[in-house]
Every structure is written in C-alpha cells, then in structure tokens.
Design a protein around this ligand. Sequence first.
Ligand code: NCN
Ligand code: DMD
Length: 352
Amino acid sequence: MAGRPSPTGSPVPPPDPAVAAAAAERLAGLATPTGALGRLGDLAVWLSAAQGQVPPIPLTDIRLVIFAGDHGVARHGVSAYPPEITAAMVRTFVAGKAGVSALAAAHDVRVRVLDLGVDDDLAGVPADVRARKVRRSSGAIHLEDALSPDETRRALDAGGAVADEEIDAGAQLLLSGDMGIGNTTPAAALVAAALGLPASEVTGRGTGIDDATWNRKVEVVQAALDRAGDRALDPVETLTALSSADLAAATGYLARAAERGVPVLLDGLMSVACALTADRLAPGAAAWFAAGHRSTEPAQTLALAKLGLEPVLDLGLRLGEGSGAVAAVPVLRSAVAVLRDVALLADLLPSR
Ligand SMILES: O=C(O)c1ccc[n+]([C@@H]2O[C@H](COP(=O)([O-])O)[C@@H](O)[C@H]2O)c1
Ligand SMILES: Cc1cc2nc[nH]c2cc1C
C-alpha cells in the first residue's frame, strides 16, 4: 500500500459534537447523583464521541507502539545512563520483560516496538521491528540538525503508516510510547519551540540527573533552540532541526490517528511533545487525545496545559515506554463501563 502522504496542515475535525451531546445526556440521566462520576464521566463522554456511538463499546483492542531511537546529545552529558541502554531495552521489549511489558500484560494491551533510529543494527531482533529504520542515531541537536528534510518526511510517513496498520487491524484506542537514552533533551526542545519558552523552563531531570548535569542539559537545549532560530515557527522544520527519527515518527503516528478519527491515550514527555507537534501539523488533532498521566518532566505539564489536557493519573512516573498510558487503561475501561452499564434514573422510578 502506498499510504497517505504526511500531514499537510489540514485541520482535523473533532469527535462528533452531536454524539458528544447524546453521551452527555445519557451521563446526566444515569442512576447516580448529577456529576458524581467526576472525570470518569468526562472520559466516558469523550470516548463515546470518539467512537461515534452512545453508549461506547468496551475497549477490547488497545495497541501501544513504542518508538525507539538514539540521540546524538546522549554523548554530550545530558543523561544519567549510557546510550547502549536503548538497544538493550529494545531487546527487552521484544522479550516482554520491560516495565511496560508487565503493565501491558496486566491490562491486555498489545505492544509493538519499532526501531526508527537506534545506534545498533539489532542483529537477531525480528525484522519487522527494524523495517522502518530511518538512520542510526539522530543528530546532536545543539551542534547540527537532528535529521535531513528527507529523513523528517520519511519518519513522519513511517509513523503515519504504522498508525494506518494498527487501525486497519482493528485498534479501538492507540497509545504511544518511547525508548531512547537522551530523548528528554530533544523532547524538551520541541516543547520550547512550540511554546516559545527558554530552555530553563522546559528542562527536566530525565532519568535522574544531578544539578551539574541539569545545568549542562539546559545549555544544550538552549544552544539547540538558538541554532534552530526562526525555523521553530514551522512544525516540520522544528522536527528537522530539533527532534529525531523516533520523535518525528511518533508525531506522524499521532497526527494520522487523529486524521483517521481514532482516539489516543498519551504517555509522558516524549508522547506529549509529539502530540503538541502533531497538533501544530494537523490543527485540532488534540481533540482526539487524552492524557494518561502526569510525568515529572516540566515540559510535559506545560505541553498538556497548552493542549488543554488533564492527565488521568499522577503517580510520579518517569519511566516512559508508554507505561503511564498503559497504567491509565483501566480507568478508561471503567469510564466505558459506567456509561454503558449503569441504569437510567428514569427507569428506576415508578412512572406517573
Ligand atoms: O516519559 C517521561 O516523561 C520520561 C521522563 C524521564 C525519562 N524517561 C525515559 O528515560 C529515557 C530518557 O531520559 P534521559 O535522561 O536519558 O533523557 C527515555 O528512554 C525515556 O523513555 C521518560
Ligand atoms: C533501564 C532503563 C529503562 C528505560 N525505559 C525507558 N527509559 C529507560 C531508561 C533506562 C536506564
């Protein structure tokens, strides 16, 4: 299949407002005090509208795609861990032994890991994991562009094609995850570019860096933003200058899910930075996104606020991998259950 082109900047229509209104009406009529279901009710209305039906149907096909890649900045003192961890963790996802693997098994979420830019040939790893590789590692963004314009386009297209594959195979809800030592640096830069903020406001502790490393990381993010200059005003040029193959692919995946009208549950900083960029590429895409959790990264909170999203969970998680999104899945299933299976108050009362 040739696949659709990358996002073009066309606005994305939101979930059907008439269905949202019908779902809200059903919620208001449930055999519960008005408003008693709190955010569970809001999530149920959103999912119902995204599905285009009232009540919503149970979520039996939920799929997580983990976008993996290495980052040139990881060799410049911005992380608590060495880049070799990235490839090792890709093998661990394949073996089903990572943190997210345990959560996904507990909550019946299908996991797919994709190497877009790991700095390793991943010999012995199944070919489909490597089939969409764009390059080995992405550029050190404080010194050079992350990608060439052609690589950016290929990564966006790869992410879009993966969303198409998962949706065509029956996904009702898509999740995005990430793996890549150093990736909180380009992700913070993406958020700074979108929001016009300085590095000091977006830079976080990532895998758990000390003060000296944090100061160095702020310098790296600011140098990258200064190097990108006005290119930060354009989302595709922002991806070329400041992202990576894996982050550009995740952006294409999220934009395509919204364009196809499939709801998405976001994870931590990388997922949300890419969602913010997807909403720049395809304005209105954010209406198809819900936030799984609040990460400890300041840039994730800033991006969620800009997108108007309130996270489902706030557990102090900073694992990535899609773990915070998967952990929120039972809450989304709970939201479906209440709007679907609770009696209507009108049916309880004797008719007069
Ligand atoms: O999801 C998050 O918000 C998050 C916050 C901190 C760290 N991470 C994970 O840790 C790695 C990046 O951290 P760092 O310090 O190497 O930039 C990467 O593999 C992420 O999945 C993830
Ligand atoms: C072990 C390890 C697992 C991870 N998963 C996501 N980021 C990670 C970073 C490290 C270091």
